[in-house]
Design a protein around this ligand. Structure first.
Ligand SMILES: NC(=O)c1ccc[n+]([C@@H]2O[C@H](COP(=O)([O-])OP(=O)(O)OC[C@H]3O[C@@H](n4cnc5c(N)ncnc54)[C@H](OP(=O)(O)O)[C@@H]3O)[C@@H](O)[C@H]2O)c1
Length: 249
């Protein structure tokens, strides 16, 4: 075991939205944080917000070589990892007849391949008591027109998380997920839909949420913080909804 004192947390896609909120929360709770992303402006903003102590790495979630590089960098700096929030994700919406192979391949590459290979490369750094947290979505439980590919990626993650929770339990590693409902983040600017369609989609979603509003990234981060904590030491293999009750409808 490394001599490094503070718990160490990796947040993939930790430069904006839910990932950034989780990185800030984990940092406030005493973790040394490592975040990844690829957009240079977002990387620079995250470094400013998280401060010089945070390790901000440019890494493409679609690249197995980058996943290995992230693990090597954590090994070099800290010698181990306590929390892996594998959050990097993309959401693109299009009806069945409108999407092409690249649309499919890109979402699968970031949301599924990226998560599994990043975890594979991190495994030697994770010991007993480590917590792995995936970021799924309410789309696992609710059908949303236009979201078939995105939903397929998140459904794959839930299935993988159950297998991984069982597989890694003998090592004392817990594997869980947060399942956000509609959360106000930059992701809604990247859906590939016109602005008016996004606005209509958002008001339609709000009307369906029992709590009657979008959630905040900080509200998801709180649940990530719980799953990362010793308070969740007997919790593994579950997806925790953070969705204002949407999955219950
Ligand atoms: N917001 C919601 O309503 C909602 C609901 C359910 C689930 N989720 C899930 O929550 C997670 C975070 O989303 P968010 O809402 O916080 O969106 P966001 O603000 O767009 O954050 C996405 C993060 O992932 C990173 N990322 C995307 N593609 C990447 C790639 N190829 N390589 C490295 N990093 C990459 C982004 O970095 P760059 O900017 O550098 O690309 C960014 O840091 C996703 O997995 C999403 O599916 C969100």
């Amino acid at each position: 075991m490394s001599q490094h004192q503070n718990p160490v947390a990796l947040v993939t896609g930790g430069t904006t939205g839910i990932g950034l909120a989780a990185a800030l929360l984990l940092q406030q709770r005493g973790h040394d944080v490592v975040v990844t992303g690829q957009n240079p402006d977002n990387l620079a903003d995250a470094q400013r917000l998280l401060g010089e102590k945070a390790v901000v790495l440019k890494a493409d979630a679609r690249s197995v070589a980058d996943a290995a590089r992230v693990a090597t960098e954590i090994q070099r700096r800290f010698g181990r990892l306590d929390v892996a929030f594998l959050n990097a994700g993309v959401a693109r919406f299009a009806p069945l007849e409108a999407f092409d192979e690249a649309f499919y391949d890109d979402q699968l590459a970031v949301n599924v391949k990226g998560v599994l290979f990043q975890l594979q490369k991190l495994l030697p750094l994770l010991g007993a008591g480590a917590s792995v947290i995936l970021n799924t979505s309410v789309v696992n439980q609710k059908g949303i027109a236009g979201a078939s590919v995105y939903s397929a990626t998140k459904g794959a993650l839930v299935a993988a998380l159950r297998a991984l929770a069982v597989e890694l339990a003998p090592k004392g590693i817990r594997v869980n997920a947060v399942s956000p409902g509609p959360i106000e983040t930059p992701i809604y600017g990247k859906l590939g839909m016109p602005a008016e369609a996004v606005a209509g989609f958002k008001s339609g979603m709000t009307a369906q949420v029992p709590l009657g509003r979008f959630g905040t990234a900080a509200e998801v981060a709180e649940v990530v913080g719980f799953l990362a904590s010793k308070g969740a030491s007997y919790v593994t293999g579950v997806e925790v909804s953070v969705d204002g009750g949407l999955a219950a409808t």
